[in-house]
Ligand binder design. Structure first.
Ligand code: ATP
Length: 494
């Protein structure tokens, strides 16, 4: 793999290996826009360390990015980062445990998609590593991350920390670049988009004077010309080039799925075909519409799985709550990232896991699986993509505990933690390289980086299509592009 690295990747590789070999304990941040080969480089470094019998711990902020790294897990599960974290938190790792010894022995920590995680988490890891490595928390003998070489990486144009009920300022303030540790990071920059191939369709985007790669990057940077369509509304609407557009027709979902899942009838059972395609859209409600539409196209028996829902109450008068919130009410509740009460599936349909079931075996939140058997109590299938590609896996029902401040109880839902994934929420596509992506926007995106994540998954302009539905007075070749550029202007790639 090392022989394949481009110049910037090789420079970064050399500096990181130098830090490990000389125990320099450098904290790196690998910065590059989508497709510049960050994941490729992590894999080259991990392979090198493996050949030297040295340990690298690889984690990512999201499950799907973790599956792209050898033995990757989410950072939260690997380092036992508390769910509710503040500026003084530490991780629940006790000295002398297997995990503590693994961290002590590791030569390198890699953390992909770091910009998605709140800065408090990195600070708590640094304090925890100091404790495990017997390094003081301050003073001349203090070392960041207990003296370990660490490589954080990611792209600030993509998802930033999600902080509930917060606005632009709090989101940017939660970012790793606002951490007291940030000034001590050595930033390594990658700038060549390795995802895009050099085909003709990448050279010219008719009408906007840019090639596809330049256009994608300008979109992510927030440098495309913008306009506003009504007084007092955001002026962040951008024009999508004509050649990337699909028109809604009578049935927009039919139009976009016919385009992205062309040759579906012949290839609907092919893992390669399915794993290279997705319709991405901002909300889960639309994801469900897309998936329901596709499910109807698949021949064969549809199996329904119903959850068993109950309340965990912190009260001595459960009867009162049982009357107020009957089972039918609990069944109707829907939450982001939680399977519905009713799931309908067929053999040969692709599903996405919604929970980390067994990260060491590739079963992470975001893993895609092609179903081969629908049992009474298990679902069997083969993993699509990532380091566990084609491996057969078994998915059980699990109990999911769901807290929501709207309800005075914890919902306990026993269900298969899966959802069909012909369509997926934009944030679930982050980190993936796909052949064909349909960006379906019945409503515009609503948060930083969403449009960029969606548009930057493909290898060529030929693989990207937008279908936009706007209110009557806004043309269907315009959509919103939300970019918090202050999150990354100081570290623009060189
Ligand atoms: N040096 C290289 N030689 C050949 N292919 C490469 C090289 N670097 C990256 N690639 C390929 O380019 C594509 C994008 O790379 P990768 O997924 O590592 O980018 P990334 O920076 O992690 O992207 P994102 O931020 O979107 O997750 C992948 O298909 C990868 O295999």
């Amino acid at each position: 793999m090392v022989s394949k690295l481009n110049t910037k990747q090789l420079e970064a590789f050399t500096l990181i290996i130098l830090s490990i070999n000389n125990n320099l304990g450098t904290s790196f941040f690998l910065y590059g826009h989508g497709g510049t080969g960050k994941t490729f480089l992590y894999n080259a470094i991990i392979a090198k360390l493996k050949s030297l019998s040295r340990i690298a711990i690889a984690v990512a902020s999201s499950g799907i990015a973790a599956t792209l790294l050898p033995n990757g897990t989410t950072a939260h599960s690997r380092f036992k980062i508390p769910l509710h974290i503040d500026h003084a938190s530490t991780c629940s790792i006790k000295k002398g445990t297997h995990l503590a010894e693994l961290i002590r022995a590791a030569s390198l920590i890699i953390w992909d998609e770091a910009p998605m995680t709140h800065r408090n988490a990195f600070e708590s890891i640094s304090r925890t590593f100091c404790d495990l490595m017997d390094i003081p928390l301050s003073g001349p003998k203090h070392k960041l991350f207990g003296g370990k070489t660490v490589v954080f990486g990611g792209d600030f144009r993509q998802t930033l920390p999600v902080i509930s009920d917060s606005g632009r300022e709090q989101t940017v303030d939660g970012s790793i670049t606002r951490s007291s540790l940030w000034p001590f990071f050595k930033v390594l920059k990658l700038s060549r988009n390795m995802r895009l191939n050099d085909s003709q369709d990448n050279r010219n985007l008719v009408g906007c004077g840019m090639n596809f790669g330049e256009w994608i990057l300008a979109l992510g940077d927030g440098r495309l010309p913008t306009k506003s369509f009504m007084a007092n509304t955001p002026s962040d609407w951008i024009e999508i080039p004509q050649i990337l557009l699909i028109y809604a027709g009578k049935n927009p979902i039919e139009s976009i799925t016919n385009d992205i899942y062309d040759t579906f009838e012949e290839q609907h059972m092919s893992t390669d075909y399915l794993s290279g395609r997705a319709i991405v859209t901002p909300t889960n409600a639309v994801v469900t519409e897309v998936n329901d539409f596709m499910l109807h196209k698949i021949p064969g028996h549809c199996r329904c799985y119903y959850s068993s829902d109950s309340m965990q109450l912190d009260t001595e008068v459960p009867q009162l709550f049982a009357e107020t919130y009957p089972t039918e009410f609990l069944n109707a509740l829907q939450f982001n990232g939680v399977p519905d009460h009713e799931i309908r599936l067929k053999v040969h349909t692709p599903i996405m896991l919604l929970r980390n079931l067994s990260p060491p075996n590739g079963l992470c939140n975001g893993t895609r699986i092609l179903i081969t058997k629908l049992g009474e109590n298990i679902i069997v299938g083969n993993i699509m993509g990532g380091s566990f590609d084609t491996e057969e896996v078994v998915i059980p029902r699990i109990v999911l505990n769901i807290e929501d401040k709207r309800w005075p109880f914890i919902l306990k839902r026993r269900q298969f933690p899966v959802r069909l994934c012909y369509g997926m929420a934009i944030n679930k596509s982050q980190g993936q390289t796909l052949d064909k992506v349909g960006v379906y926007l019945p409503k515009p995106v609503f948060s930083h980086g969403q449009l960029y994540v969606a548009a930057s998954r493909v290898r060529s302009a030929n693989g990207l299509r937008f279908l936009i539905e706007n209110e009557e007075d806004i043309p269907a070749n315009y959509t919103r592009n939300i970019v918090y550029s202050e999150a990354f202007t100081d570290i623009a790639p060189g």
